[in-house]
Design a protein. Structure first.
Length: 640
């Protein structure tokens, strides 16, 4: 991987033209000095050209040219120059020179109050609560998965030396096996805290990490399981964001104190206290469920299996699962080996269910999920249920019922076949001492296959729904769909280039663009188009440099994605970046229902072209509408 002498991040509030113009300017300035640079852009299409941790560590200095949050906490300890996106465009040469001269300041790890504003903007203006929850949940799950796999596999290996090989009082005791189980147990013990920590980190960035971790420890120690970890993660993130908002009025000099003292101390105290309050009622519920379950000890196999299976798969290590497992071990101590057989079957089925799902619905899972599912076959075979947790956590509302159905079928069949299991753990390793062992395995496999098919169909439905959304232009900014409604070369026709026009004000130009859009048949309401052009301009000037402006609008009144070019006889005031009057207007008009990634990228390409001197010079020279249309189309096509 190539290292860069300088790295940069650009972004403007609207995330379109200025973002990419600053990128182009910085890259051009670095090239002139023979310096390598990588520029990360934060635009409407999401983060592109994203900087890696290795690239950040290797860079000599960082330039931020942005008027929005670009997550500067990543650059802690690096020499940093932080300016507006406008300066990134206008003063790129000077910024590169300053960075090479060692100017700027060493960045700290202080979180900005902008994190709170970013969260509000995301949930209010596009990301949506569902996407916000899913994204941060996945942040926790992805970090948790290696702990589950590492710990689970080591514990499974330890069982190969004997089910009780970890116990010094047992005749099976083996020191190496005990060591493996201890190490694996420590890794598994970190599963819920890590899940919670990285959910909180996704919500509130670095300040949320420690608060989420401690909240997860409380959830783990109090027996609330992975569902408690999810609750503590989002709770910790919300608490930290609340503290950031609450303490934003403190003097700037206290930013360092807030990051290393106030946020962690207050956050840990508040989150930990709330989790303890939640743990008490859950423990009472746990005891009640154990009493309830004991009453069904000798009931109909269908009813008992349904209850045991649902409880074991509901929270996999949480209070509901624990109530079933502890009841099973208690009855086992009394000589009842039948009840524990159903509990074991119900605990073994969930990880095997994930293995079935990734095998039968392989193309709908990514590589990490497929690998985890295959590892879960090993974990499930040794009664390690936790391997299924990452799959459950990704979509609890739909995935958990799949596990519950599979586990219930496994438990019902186990009780129907009157299987007896004398060991509380070990999975298929205890088969030599299981009564009707073959029927027990068959019961578990049938439940796992049914659950796996349900889980796979849910995954398939989700993937196909997302693909359909992308095809229809409804994908979120993170989705990589570059499809346009029309090929680039068809967007600009001769009758969309208007030369030798005379206007006195910006509003005159907007009115002309709106009426012309209706005249040539690309819009049906000039007043609406005019209003949307004005609305966009109010967010920030679209006046660029060297006499060019790129006003744009997305509107329900626009029917066809199009470019309109207006060349003016005399320049007019536009509040441009360099203060010059505007003589050439390149306007992009986008139908509201098609305002997807492709059209935003087209606008970014236009902005990028306007940073090239030869492009601007050629447009200034050309006078004929057809020549201008052909030239712009050719330049845009070359950028494909």
């Amino acid at each position: 991987m190539a290292n860069y002498q300088l790295i940069a991040a650009t972004g403007c509030p609207t995330g379109i033209a200025h973002t990419y113009m600053a990128q182009e300017a910085l890259e051009a300035a670095a090239k002139k000095k023979g310096i390598t640079i990588k520029v990360e852009t934060h635009g409407q299409v999401g983060i592109e050209n994203e900087l890696t941790a290795e690239e950040i560590a290797a860079a000599d200095a960082v330039i931020i040219a942005a008027d929005k949050d670009v997550h500067p906490e990543r650059f802690a300890s690096k020499r940093l120059i932080n300016v507006s996106v406008t300066k990134g465009i206008k003063e790129a040469d000077q910024l590169i020179a300053d960075a090479l001269a060692g100017k700027g300041k060493i960045a700290g790890g202080v979180v900005s109050e902008k994190q709170v504003e970013r969260l509000e903007n995301e949930t209010e203006h596009g990301e949506g609560l569902g996407r916000f929850i899913y994204k941060n949940l996945m942040n926790g799950v992805s970090h948790m998965l290696p702990f589950v796999v590492a710990g689970g596999v080591l514990i499974a290996i330890s069982f190969l030396f004997g089910i009780y090989s970890y116990d010094p009082e047992s005749s099976q005791y083996n020191a190496f096996a005990a060591q493996l189980k201890d190490i694996g147990g420590l890794a598994m013990g970190l599963m819920v805290p890590i899940l919670s920590a990285y959910i909180a980190e996704g919500v509130a960035k670095r300040p949320g990490l420690v608060v989420g971790f401690v909240g997860g420890l409380v959830a783990s120690n109090s027996g609330t399981g992975f569902l408690g970890g999810i609750v503590s993660g989002f709770l910790a993130g919300a608490v930290v964001l609340g503290l950031i908002r609450l303490l934003k009025g403190l003097p700037k000099q206290l930013d360092g104190l807030k990051a290393i003292f106030l946020y962690p101390v207050l956050g840990v105290f508040i989150t930990g206290s709330l989790m303890y309050l939640l743990a008490g009622p859950m423990q009472s519920v746990n005891a009640g469920m154990m009493r309830f379950l004991s009453g069904f000890e000798n009931s109909n196999p269908l009813i008992l299996g349904l209850i045991v299976g649902s409880m074991c798969a509901f929270d996999m290590g949480g209070p509901v699962n624990k109530a079933a497992y502890v009841t099973g071990t208690a009855l086992l101590a009394q000589g009842n080996t039948t009840f524990m057989a159903g509990v074991s079957a119900a605990c073994i089925a969930p990880p095997l269910t994930t293995g079935v799902a990734v095998l039968l619905f392989r193309k709908y899972y990514d590589t990490s999920d497929r690998n985890a599912g295959l590892v879960n076959i090993i974990l499930g075979s040794t009664h390690i249920t936790e391997g299924a947790i990452p799959f459950a956590a990704k979509n609890p509302l739909f995935n958990l019922p799949s596990f519950m159905i599979g586990s219930s079928i496994a438990a019902i069949l186990t009780y129907t076949f009157k299987v007896q299991v004398p060991a509380p753990h070990g999975g298929f390793l205890v088969l030599p001492v299981v009564t009707h062992g073959a029927l027990w395995v068959i019961s578990i496999l049938i439940g796992s296959v049914v659950g796996g098919c349900l889980l796979g169909m849910i995954q398939k439905r989700g993937v196909e729904k997302m693909a359909k959304a992308e095809r229809e232009g409804e994908a979120t900014p993170e989705k990589k769909s570059d499809v346009m409604t029309l090929p680039t070369e068809q967007l600009l026709k001769e009758n969309q280039v208007l030369v030798n026009q005379n206007f006195k004000t910006q509003d005159d130009v907007f009115g002309f663009l709106a009426k012309q859009a209706v005249t040539i048949g690309i819009a049906n309401d000039s007043a609406a188009v005019f209003k949307d052009l004005k609305k966009r301009e109010a967010e920030g000037s679209t006046g660029m440099i060297d006499g060019f402006a790129i006003p744009h609008a997305k509107s329900a009144a626009i029917t066809t994605p199009s470019i309109l070019v207006v060349k003016l006889e005399a320049g007019i005031e536009w509040h441009s970046l360099d203060g010059q009057l505007i003589r050439t207007v390149i306007s992009l008009l986008i139908p509201e229902k098609e305002a997807g990634r492709g059209h935003l990228q087209l606008l970014s390409k236009v902005a990028t072209l306007l940073m090239k001197d030869d492009f601007k010079q050629q447009l200034n020279v050309l006078k004929d509408s057809a020549d201008i249309a052909n030239y712009i189309n050719a330049q845009l096509t070359e950028m494909e």
